[in-house]
Design a protein around this ligand. Structure first.
Ligand code: SAM
Length: 326
């Protein structure tokens, strides 16, 4: 690994760059948890629910042998999901050096037991800023990809128009015609609704808080300035860094400029209601243990965790064009 983090001193530190650096440092500093620490996390069931949602997306849209691009792959928490989907090749990219190292350790197996049971696909890991770098320059030998995934991370690209465009340009340039882009990110509609319902500029519950600056005291967000709407997000035992609002209708329009057409967009609550009906996914939920016996009755997932899941949405886009004939 090591295409370079793209943060050479000669490049200077603009405000955008230092925000991106803050995000990278935050994730880099998060150490791998032991199994016991993970099980004791105040958001363990939310983490399991998120894993279920990512697994459902992967199972719905991946075919055996697919070539996968995992943007903002983090510590490789989805490697097992891709293995279960029997993918043929995997490229993971992340800005956080620490996460890429952890991802590599996970891929190679960090215990004797894991080392015996290697992943069945070859992989390449790259440490760079997915929203600044032209990824086609790094990946011209690996492209085109059948599927691109960006889980819980695309909102970090909406700090400026240039970064949001680079993110979509990268996806579009690297997907084959008919290729699929799946992802999860905060649901701006819910966040802005919650902000307007709250008395001040902050809202949350026992496991999260979101805080907007005085700049947004009027709680107005003109459509003419859709990028750079920053807030601070804190999620217990997971996130503590700046994030950016992604107005979904504008995201959809911008994606169309890059030949990426919307296939699906669902808030997590709607997603759970819909896919939990399907027996294969009910069974997966039971195995993961996020919702106890398969109903979100809070027997395991707390009300506060369930509220956090309402802050997110899942999306699927398709690259225009006919897939090459087999
Ligand atoms: N996708 C992984 C998952 O679902 O487990 C990790 C999600 S984590 C919430 C967000 C990830 O986005 C972090 O690993 C962070 O380093 C990465 N990230 C944030 N900004 C990025 C950027 N500009 N380029 C690449 N990765 C970025």
């Amino acid at each position: 690994y090591g295409a370079g983090s793209g943060y050479g001193a000669q490049q200077g530190y603009s405000e955008e760059r230092s925000s991106a650096r803050r995000v990278a440092d935050h994730y880099s500093a998060r150490s791998n948890q032991t199994l016991e620490e993970r099980e004791n996390s105040p958001i363990i069931h939310l983490k399991k629910l998120n894993n279920w949602i990512k697994s459902v997306l992967i199972q719905l849209y991946t075919r055996p042998g697919d070539c996968v691009l995992d943007l903002a792959c983090g510590k490789g928490g989805d490697l097992i999901k891709w293995d279960k989907a029997k993918v043929g090749y995997y490229v993971g990219v992340d800005i956080a050096e620490g996460s890429i190292k952890d991802c590599m350790t996970r891929y190679n197996g960090d215990t004797d037991q894991q080392r015996r049971k290697k992943f069945s696909f070859p992989a390449r890991l790259i440490c760079t800023d997915c929203y600044e770098a032209r990824l086609d320059e790094y990946l011209y030998e690996d492209a085109p990809f059948d599927i691109c995934s960006c889980q819980f991370a695309l909102h970090y690209s909406w700090s400026t128009e240039a970064r949001a465009r680079q993110a979509l340009a990268n996806v579009s340039a690297l997907l084959r015609p008919g290729g699929i882009f799946i992802g999860t990110m905060p649901d701006a509609n819910v966040i802005i609704k919650r902000l307007r319902e709250s008395e001040g500029l902050e809202f949350g519950n026992s496991v999260y808080w979101i805080s907007f600056s005085e700049e947004y005291a009027e709680k107005k967000f003109p459509a003419s300035r859709p990028f750079g709407i920053k807030y601070k997000f804190h999620l217990e035992d997971a996130v503590d860094c700046p994030e950016w609002v992604v107005p979904f209708h504008l995201f959809k329009l911008l994606a169309e400029e890059y030949d990426l057409e919307l296939v699906l967009m669902k808030n997590f609550h709607e997603f759970v209601h819909e896919y939990l009906q399907k027996p294969e996914f009910t069974e997966l939920m039971r195995r993961l243990g996020a919702l106890g016996d398969g109903r979100h009755d809070q027997s395991t997932l707390s009300q506060d965790e369930w509220e956090v899941s309402y802050l997110y949405l899942a999306f699927v886009l398709r690259k225009r064009g006919q897939p090459p004939s087999q």
